[in-house]
Design a protein around this ligand. Structure first.
Ligand SMILES: Nc1nc(=O)c2c([nH]1)NC[C@@H]1CN(c3ccc(C(=O)N[C@@H](CCC(=O)O)C(=O)O)cc3)C=[N+]21
Length: 287
């Protein structure tokens, strides 16, 4: 077996570094009598969603951000759910919140996202926030793509001029990451691959940076990766009850950088969520 060459893009340690930067900002807000508040809206009792929401509130507690939880029954009506959204929009203690996705099938998720006050959109996934991103206006950035970019920048992985292949066109990762990476401030060239891509191996092979967000276990094989490339595993699948990513473990013998999963992009997503809430509280304080 060949040796592991890849250096680790440690999302857990990077999240802790970001939290250390947020604490003095939270302390400065406390001087003005403001405690940032993060709200979560969780519908139903999916164990995965419960565990993610729990982690988000544990993060908040670590840096002095207040938790506002709305745990709602799986059979809640669209009207009742929208009433909870209105309540959070009106609550001055809630500076940012998210509606945990996916919602049960009888609910219209897009109508819910459209109702979120854009100034309180902690996820950056509401239509106004996505529109602002496309237009190049300031606004909340989607947490996972934002976290991926911070993880790369903080490890010195060059984005300017880099050839990036993104696998997966979902809104939470692939499509929005393409928008962020092609801004002048990042200046990467992006190839966005999906199930209609004719030769995935060829697209991955020429990439300096590979972002695997297909949700297909082990789809990225070592023979598809350019030696020295940075490979980030964003896949979340469960195989035999175990969290399994999109990247074959043998990629560690070819890649220059590798984000573990768990311990890579997941913690970064949470770090950027709290960042968005602290920023929303700072904007509220300035008004
Ligand atoms: N409105 C909305 N916003 C989201 O941001 C959102 C969502 N809905 N629905 C579900 C996905 C999933 N997601 C994760 C965030 C962090 C970890 C994470 O921190 N995972 C840890 C632990 C993983 C484990 O051990 O289970 C890790 O990767 O190390 C995972 C998954 C956010 N999502």
């Amino acid at each position: 077996m060949a040796a592991v060459t890849a250096k680790i893009l440690d999302g857990k340690a990077t999240k802790n570094a970001i939290f250390a930067e947020l604490r003095p900002r939270v302390a400065a807000l406390a001087e003005k009598g403001i405690t940032p508040g993060l709200g979560t809206v969780l519908v139903g009792d999916d164990p995965g969603s419960h565990s993610y929401v729990k982690m988000k509130h544990a993060d908040s507690a670590k840096i002095g951000v207040n938790s506002i939880r709305r745990d709602l029954p799986a059979d809640i009506s669209q009207e009742k759910l929208e009433a909870v959204i209105d309540e959070l929009n009106a609550d001055p203690a809630c500076h940012g919140y998210l509606v945990q996705l996916p919602l049960p099938k009888h609910l219209d998720a897009n109508r819910v996202l459209e109702r979120i006050d854009p100034e309180k959109d902690a996820d950056g996934l509401a239509p106004i926030s996505l529109g602002r991103l496309v237009l190049g206006e300031p606004g909340a950035l989607p947490c996972t793509p934002y976290g991926i970019i911070e993880l790369l920048k903080r490890h010195g992985v060059e984005l300017n001029g880099a050839q990036v292949t993104v696998v997966g066109r979902g809104i939470t990762v692939g499509r929005t990451l393409g928008l962020l990476l092609t801004r002048r401030s990042e200046n990467s060239t992006v190839t966005l691959c999906h199930t209609g891509t004719r030769d995935l191996a060829a697209e991955v092979r020429r990439a300096d940076i590979v972002i695997a967000a297909a949700g297909v276990p082990g789809i990225i094989k070592p023979d598809m990766v350019k030696p020295g490339a940075a490979v980030l595993d964003v896949g979340v699948s469960h195989v035999d009850g175990k969290l399994t990513g999109d990247v074959d473990p043998a990629v560690a013998e070819v890649a220059g950088w590798l984000s573990p999963n768990p311990g890579g992009v997941g913690p970064m997503t949470r770090a950027m969520l709290v960042t968005n809430v602290v920023e929303a509280a700072e904007r509220a304080a300035a008004r």
